[in-house]
Ligand binder design. Structure first.
Ligand code: NAD
Length: 425
């Protein structure tokens, strides 16, 4: 039996299904390159455990809503499952499976001893009060409790979740265990055992990957960033700090542009106060999707999957695309960008800084110890830079794109773990 690989132009059912089709296509390419047999390909294409739960939420006005939640452990052959939890109305089991699969390859690629997982709740968190959000989080965690634990599966923040969500998860799990278990989640507040440097880790990794791939001094290199959330806002900040000229950023409220470069610190304050970048006085408004097609040196998609597709890829002018988000570029768009001479630093490499520092946080929790922010940053930089140079060398040696090379390394390590462990029974 072989992997059910979709056609390269899959029928668009949901964005989640499209993300899973992309992930399966990328896996199939890597498996082909590695010469994996059909049985192992099928194992790697299939999530190890998938749980769908119903989450009843009591609203402030007394109404009862029920939303769907998911937790998928894609692969645990190299260690406990690891992956974020997303609160987004569009999330579904396919999207969560795709994100879990990318986590598996990402952890293997950067050499940390985890498998891949992801969770999600199909809800718009901005439509809930803090108390509703807390009830929702605790009930969702209770429903997935049999799967998670510091030696089994360790959640972290993703779209629509944050440090507060992680604190509620840690508390819910700990109350059930009867003692404090900080290692059950990463991305916690530092007062609860969170690692110094975790909140900016994904963005710091994006900065490291961008500077490594740029091939020139950063001073004056123009950058556009799609998404101004946890990853995008600090990626913009760190790239500006490094000397780049961040000329455009966007979030769900709109896009803003300033040819002389945006004041990212000022924009972060504005967005925190008003709820988004739209309306920022010291910049011009831009139609949302135009940001992706600006004539800039670097484009950082840091919002959701499927931002660059075959429809807009021909108009993308950036020569370097650094994927802060997971799955922002479809396989069809990848081919167009490659044909046009653009370089894509793939998600499983570019945004791995988050899971690297999550791993450091978990190690610190398991040892009841904490490193200084300087120590965390050095370890993060080492792991990011060595993964980047491994991917670059593999791509050059085998004539692959950076995405193909990253998948060949990540998938290859997971395949090797399966081969060494053998099949039970
Ligand atoms: P977030 O919820 O903090 O921010 C998401 C941002 O995207 C928001 O600013 C939102 O307004 C914006 N957005 C949504 N749709 C948009 C659109 N159509 N155009 C422009 N902006 C849009 O989420 P996050 O944690 O920053 O995650 C962003 C991406 O990075 C996701 O793909 C996530 O899986 C990935 N990622 C996150 C982490 C992490 O540590 N948080 C780690 C690795 C990868």
């Amino acid at each position: 039996m072989s992997i059910m690989v979709p056609s390269k132009t899959p029928a668009l059912i949901t964005p989640g299904r499209q993300a899973l089709d992309s992930a399966l296509y990328q896996l199939d390419q890597a498996a082909e390159h590695l010469g994996l047999d059909d049985g192992l390909r099928t194992v790697l294409a299939t999530p190890r455990r998938s749980l769908t739960v119903s989450v009843p939420v009591r609203r402030e006005d007394g109404r009862l809503n029920v939303v769907q939640g998911f937790r998928v452990q894609h692969n645990v052959s190299r260690g406990p499952a690891k992956g974020g939890i997303r609160f987004h109305p569009g999330t579904d089991i396919h999207e969560v499976t795709a994100l879990a699969m990318w986590m598996t390859w990402k952890c293997a690629l950067v050499g940390i001893p985890y498998g891949g997982a992801k969770g999600g709740v199909a809800v718009d968190p901005t439509g809930l009060t803090t108390r509703e959000l807390e009830r929702l989080t605790r009930r969702y965690v209770n429903e997935i409790l049999p799967l998670i634990g510091p030696e089994k599966d360790i959640p972290a923040p993703d779209v629509g979740t944050d440090e507060q969500t992680m604190a509620w998860i840690m508390d819910t799990y700990s109350v059930s265990a009867g003692y404090s278990v900080p290692g059950v989640v990463t991305g916690k507040p530092t007062t609860l055992g969170g690692s110094l440097g975790r909140s900016g880790a994904t963005s710091r990794g994006v900065q490291i990957a961008t500077l490594a791939a740029l091939g020139r001094a950063p001073e004056g290199a123009t950058v556009a960033v799609q998404g101004f959330g946890k990853v995008g806002a600090l990626a913009a900040q760190y790239l500006a700090d490094a000397g780049c000229k961040v000329v455009a950023v966007s979030d769900i409220t709109g896009a803003v542009y300033a040819s002389a470069g945006l004041d990212i610190a000022g924009l972060r304050t504005w967005a925190a106060e008003t709820g988004g970048v739209s309306g920022y006085r010291h910049a011009d408004a831009l139609p949302l999707d135009d940001l992706l097609e600006l004539d800039v040196d670097v484009l950082v998609p840091a919002a959701l999957e499927g931002a660059i597709t075959e429809a807009n890829a021909p108009r993308v002018r950036a020569r370097l695309i650094v994927e802060g988000a997971n799955g922002p570029t479809t396989p069809e768009a990848d081919e167009i960008l490659f044909a046009n001479g653009a370089t894509v630093v793939p998600d499983i490499l570019a945004n791995a800084g988050g899971v690297i520092v999550s791993y450091l946080e978990w190690v610190q929790n398991m040892q009841a110890y904490s490193w200084s922010s300087g120590e965390v940053e050095v370890k993060l930089r080492d792991l990011m830079e060595s993964a980047f140079s491994e991917v670059k060398s593999m791509a050059a040696a085998r004539g692959l794109t950076l995405r193909q090379a990253a998948h060949v390394i990540g998938v290859g390590r997971v395949a090797e773990a399966h081969q060494m462990r053998g099949l039970y029974p």
